[in-house]
Write a protein that binds this ligand. Structure first.
Ligand SMILES: [Zn+2]
Length: 75
């Protein structure tokens, strides 16, 4: 059993737990000219820019979405 050696790990931005990168959902900050969405999902994990990784456990995805909506309201 080979355990996570050489597997890239990323931290979920919501719950701060570490997961193998490919088990996380990646979002990137949208370019400035995209005004209606702050985060865009990047299922292929290939888009340039700052990546946000969110795990699929619990409510992390929902909580990222909630943060996004809140931020939009302040703009
Ligand atoms: Zn999480």
């Amino acid at each position: 059993m080979t355990r996570s050696k050489g597997v890239p790990m990323r931290t979920c931005v919501v719950c701060r737990k570490c997961f193998p990168k490919r088990e996380l959902l990646r979002y990137v900050c949208a370019p400035a000219d995209v005004t209606d969405r702050t985060f865009v999902p990047d299922p292929e994990q290939v888009m340039p820019g700052r990546g946000w990784y969110v795990c699929r456990e619990g409510t992390c995805g929902e909580r990222l979405e909630a943060a996004r909506v809140r931020r939009k309201k302040f703009n």
